[in-house]
Design a protein around this ligand. Structure first.
Ligand SMILES: [Zn+2]
Length: 80
C-alpha cells in the first residue's frame, strides 16, 4: 500500500467509504514518527443496520488517522 501510494501519488483518505482524510498529498519518505507521515488505515463502513458492509485499506497522514480514531462518530456526522 505504501509503494502504491508513492507511485500513484494517492491522496490522504483515498478510497475511504466513510470519507476520512484531508485529500492532500502524502510524502511517503517522511520518518514514521512525523505527524504527516504515511499510515494505512483499515476503514470500516457500517450500514444503518450496524453490519459491516466494506473494509478497505486507506492511505492517510498519521495526524489524520489519529484524529479519526479519537473522534470517529461526531466528525463523521459533521462532515456529512
Ligand atoms: Zn491527511
Amino acid at each position: 500500500m505504501k509503494r502504491r501510494t508513492k507511485v500513484e501519488d494517492l491522496p490522504c483518505g483515498y478510497g475511504s467509504p466513510s470519507g476520512w482524510g484531508c485529500g492532500e498529498h502524502i510524502d511517503t519518505d517522511l520518518p514514521a514518527e512525523h505527524r504527516m507521515s504515511f499510515t494505512a488505515d483499515h476503514d470500516e463502513a457500517i450500514d444503518n443496520g450496524g453490519s459491516l458492509v466494506a473494509q478497505v485499506l486507506v492511505p492517510m497522514h498519521r495526524s489524520c488517522n489519529s484524529r479519526k480514531s479519537n473522534h470517529a462518530a461526531t466528525e463523521i456526522w459533521a462532515a456529512t
